[in-house]
Design a binder for this molecule. Structure first.
Ligand SMILES: Nc1nc2c(ncn2[C@@H]2O[C@H](COP(=O)(O)OP(=O)(O)O)[C@@H](O)[C@H]2O)c(=O)[nH]1
Ligand SMILES: [Mg+2]
Length: 246
């Protein structure tokens, strides 16, 4: 018997959250059978002014809890709070999934296989590999994502093909090993930092192809500061790596 916790961070996702939850509901049993246990969800809401958390509370689904945070603090800190919750409640597997329907709940089964079958400690949903796809992203955004991943691969010396992807299944022991206190990135840098830490502790990562669908409703919280933070952090981590090798 093992338990999985799906973490869904939200800031103003009232337009998509109900459909997301109904789609998760449809796949819960199948994923539960694969892991021989149960799948719960934690909404991590940064006091969304559009009432995202109230909508979820109103749905009254017994398998969903809500973690209320007082103000918008970035994706990284929201996930760190969720990781702590999942560890404290003894979940075996912890999942990261966006709330805007960019990550398909139906793909969670394939994402979970490497973990459930014992091949891997972290599964990353990857857009840039055979079988992976991006729907509705302008060329400009595809270029930013690809250039970012290529830069990080070279500077950090890691072979991942989609290092900023936010669709992930962690074995909890990975998160217990990482010093979450020191994970400081807020945006895309957060996903890179978590992948780096996972590898640094000797854990195995497997990439699974996913179809990423750009949001139809609501607005992206990505901004220039988040991209710059990631660039800056990767550069610093790369320099630290160079110094260590000397
Ligand atoms: N709790 C919380 N969630 C956030 C924050 N910023 C982004 N998110 C959520 O993180 C997920 C990905 O954000 P999104 O804006 O779609 O980023 P994009 O896909 O890169 O454009 C969504 O579910 C957002 O609601 C934040 O500051 N706090
Ligand atoms: Mg999005």
């Amino acid at each position: 018997m093992s338990r999985m916790l799906l973490l869904v961070p939200t800031y103003n996702e009232s337009a998509s959250i109900e459909l997301l939850i109904s789609r998760i509901k449809s796949i819960r049993r199948e994923v539960g059978e694969l892991i021989d246990g149960e799948v719960d969800m934690l909404l991590i809401d940064d006091n969304s002014p559009d009432g995202t958390a109230e909508i979820v509370r109103g749905l009254g689904e017994g398998w969903i809890e809500i973690l209320h945070r007082s103000k918008k603090g970035g994706l990284g800190p929201a996930y760190v709070a969720g990781f702590r919750y999942g560890i404290a409640k003894n979940y075996d597997f912890i999942v990261e999934m966006d709330a805007d329907l960019s990550h398909q709940p139906e793909e969670l089964l394939e994402m979970t296989k490497p973990i459930a079958e014992g091949r891997s400690d972290l599964a990353i949903g990857t857009r840039w590999m055979p079988g992976g796809k991006i729907v509705n992203w302008p060329i400009s955004r595809q270029l930013i994502s690809r250039a970012g991943t290529t830069y990080a691969r070279i500077v950090l010396g890691i072979k991942l093909r989609d290092i900023t992807s936010g669709y992930r299944v962690f074995r909890s022991k990975v998160l217990k090993s990482i010093d979450l206190e020191n994970v400081e990135s807020k945006g895309y840098g957060f996903q890179i930092e978590m992948a780096l830490e996972t590898l640094r502790h000797g854990f195995r990562i497997e990439e699974v192809p996913i179809t990423f669908v750009e949001r139809v409703d609501g607005v992206s919280k990505m901004n220039r500061a988040i991209v710059l933070e990631a660039l800056w952090k990767v550069t610093i981590w790369g320099l630290q790596r160079l110094i260590k090798r000397r």
